[in-house]
Design a protein around this ligand. Structure first.
Ligand SMILES: C[S@@+](CC[C@H](N)C(=O)[O-])C[C@H]1O[C@@H](n2cnc3c(N)ncnc32)[C@H](O)[C@@H]1O
Length: 258
């Protein structure tokens, strides 16, 4: 635990925090992280809150009932499903497949001619260069295609490549819905964001997972909040999803680098 994590923990000390520390110490980190994220949302720290789409009253979505892990909550899956239904993306690109739960949500809610591409590390990449312990655990416990196979879904392409080595050239300017949920350290998130920006179409929307966390996830939040000084970026209340309309993201990121 580093100094900033200790301060974050101290900032939400209450009788219930102390009681949980005694009764269920292993759950303390999750509880504190949840409280701090909610606090930031309520007082307006960090990215502004905004929903990416407003569903019509008669809209229906499809979500796999079985949750295969990977960190995305059902609430977050509902948001991704709604966006897929409403945006009607022709091309969807995801960094971080894990067991294919989000891939399945994209397939179940997109039009039959939509192209879905999901990227994960090749087999045997368990020693990948990520400094975050929970990322290493996810790499080791992933079971690629578990969910799509169980549901009989096959309308997607699985790429096996480290996102650091991935070449976005074949996908330039054509992705309408992007999800960045691979390794969560800043070097990877920055790399994945730059490549996603290159691949996005002007009408697209990009999502990042795990925004708003503390400790090891704080640099990810700081990276996105810095990016928000140059283009529109939002958080979705009650979730750890952040999102941006692609057009401005593309111009701000790609112009800065040229
Ligand atoms: C949080 S999980 C993705 C969960 C998935 N989006 C879902 O909710 O169903 C992160 C995934 O990113 C993959 N990953 C980690 N580092 C990566 C890298 N450098 N390149 C590509 N994938 C990576 C891991 O193997 C893991 O499967």
């Amino acid at each position: 635990m580093n100094v900033s994590e200790v301060f974050d923990g101290l900032s939400c000390i209450s009788l219930s925090t102390l009681s949980l520390a005694l009764r269920r110490p292993s759950e303390l980190r999750i509880y504190i992280s949840h409280c701090l994220r909610k606090y930031d949302e309520l007082v307006g720290n960090g990215l502004p809150c905004r929903a990416p789409v407003t569903p019509a009253q008669n809209l229906t979505i499809t979500i796999p009932a079985y949750h295969a892990g990977g960190g995305m909550s059902f609430n977050e899956l509902v948001i991704l499903a709604r966006v897929t239904k409403i945006l009607k993306p022709k091309n969807i690109f995801e960094v971080g497949s894990y067991s294919g739960l989000t891939t399945a949500v994209f397939e179940l809610n997109s039009d039959p001619d939509a192209r879905i591409v999901t990227l994960d590390l090749p087999p045997g990449a368990e020693t990948s260069q990520t400094p975050i312990a929970s990322d290493k655990e996810l790499v080791a416990s992933r079971h690629l295609a578990l969910v799509p196979q169980a549901l009989g879904l096959c309308r997607y392409t699985q790429l096996l490549c480290d996102s650091m080595d991935f070449d976005p050239l074949p996908y330039l300017d054509c992705v309408d819905l992007g999800l960045i949920d691979g390794a969560h350290d800043v070097a990877h998130v920055q790399n994945d964001t730059l490549k996603m920006a290159k691949m996005m179409s002007d009408r697209g929307i990009v999502f990042w997972h795990d925004y708003g966390g503390k400790g090891k996830f704080k640099p990810l939040a700081s990276y996105l909040e810095n990016l928000a000084k140059r283009c529109l970026l939002y958080r979705i209340p009650g979730t750890s999803l952040a999102w941006a309309p692609a057009q401005e993201l593309k111009s701000s990121i790609l112009e800065t680098r040229s």
